[in-house]
Design a protein around this ligand. Structure first.
Ligand SMILES: Nc1ncnc2c1ncn2[C@@H]1O[C@H](COP(=O)(O)OP(=O)(O)OP(=O)(O)O)[C@@H](O)[C@H]1O
Length: 262
């Protein structure tokens, strides 16, 4: 059987007294698109910081292709909601920034970045500065930068969270095109249930803090997924399951019962 692309085994993290992530397991296959949803503060970004090696876990192991990368950075691409484009650099220089910081972009790397920009709708902006771009365009550039790092696993932390709903819908379709062609393994954090279902092969639902994986919902809606699938019965059915999991939690129910009986 093929090794999973990413394997998270019993990974946890405390900040002082606070358990930000309870022991968590997750296995992701090569080329999968996973969305992670869960209440604010349940440890989603902490999980990303652990996978990317920005933080070391207190327990557990993180493997990519069977290789232990626990606490080690440089093995995954990581994109945040805030695009972090450098304002004094052009679009193309921002895309190759990873290479620039690790010794300089080669001619081939720049040519590959130009090809990516042209392929994915920002070709005419490569010599512009970020300040001249709309929010959606800036996020495209930030994603191109993450792609240009050539990591097979990409972590996207609410990349469309700050965009208006119309731009967000077009960015979701755009991202699905990029993912289908580039064949990367994507883990994507979102607070938007529709976004999670539209994008994901599986949706990981986390519990409130201290977060851990509560349930994993498979999204069997065929691809490509046009916007019209947002109102299909199967979509609504999955949405109902996820909302039930996110908004009803035994601890919350127990504390409500305690209040009622006190
Ligand atoms: N560096 C840190 N030091 C102390 N506490 C932290 C640190 N990073 C995160 N936390 C705490 O850990 C918990 C989980 O935070 P995290 O950012 O991972 O949650 P999240 O699910 O990503 O939240 P949101 O959906 O609001 O972005 C929160 O209570 C947060 O305040």
């Amino acid at each position: 059987m093929a090794l999973p692309k990413l394997s998270i085994q019993n990974v946890s993290r405390q900040f002082g007294e606070l358990t930000a992530l309870a022991p968590t397991d997750l296995t992701v296959d090569d080329g999968e698109f996973i969305c992670v949803v869960g209440p604010s503060g349940c440890g989603k970004s902490t999980l990303f910081n652990l996978i990317s090696g920005v933080l070391a876990p207190d327990s557990g192991k993180i493997m990519i292709d069977g290789q232990d990368i626990t606490g080690r950075s440089g093995h995954v691409g990581y994109m945040l909601q805030k695009d972090l484009l450098l304002p004094w650099m052009t679009v193309i220089d921002n895309i190759v920034l990873g290479a620039v910081l690790t010794g300089g972009a080669t001619r081939d790397q720049r040519a590959a970045a130009v090809a990516l920009a042209k392929r994915y709708g920002i070709g005419e902006f490569i010599n512009h500065y970020p300040s001249a771009l709309s929010g959606g365009m800036r996020q495209r550039v930030a994603l191109m930068r993450t792609l240009a790092m050539q990591h097979e696993v990409m972590l996207l932390d609410e990349p469309f969270g700050a965009l208006d709903s119309q731009t967000r819908l077009s960015m979701q379709q755009w991202l699905l095109t990029v993912w289908a062609e580039q064949k990367r393994t994507v883990i994507f954090i979102t607070h938007d249930t529709d976004e999670a279902i539209l994008l994901a092969d599986r949706v990981v639902v986390m519990t409130p803090r201290p977060g851990r994986v509560r349930e994993i919902i498979k999204v069997d809606i065929p691809r490509p997924r046009p916007l019209s699938c947002l109102t299909s019965p199967e979509f609504i059915n999955i949405k109902r399951q996820i909302l039930d999991l996110v908004y009803t939690h035994t601890d919350t129910q127990e504390s409500l019962l305690n209040v009622l009986h006190s």
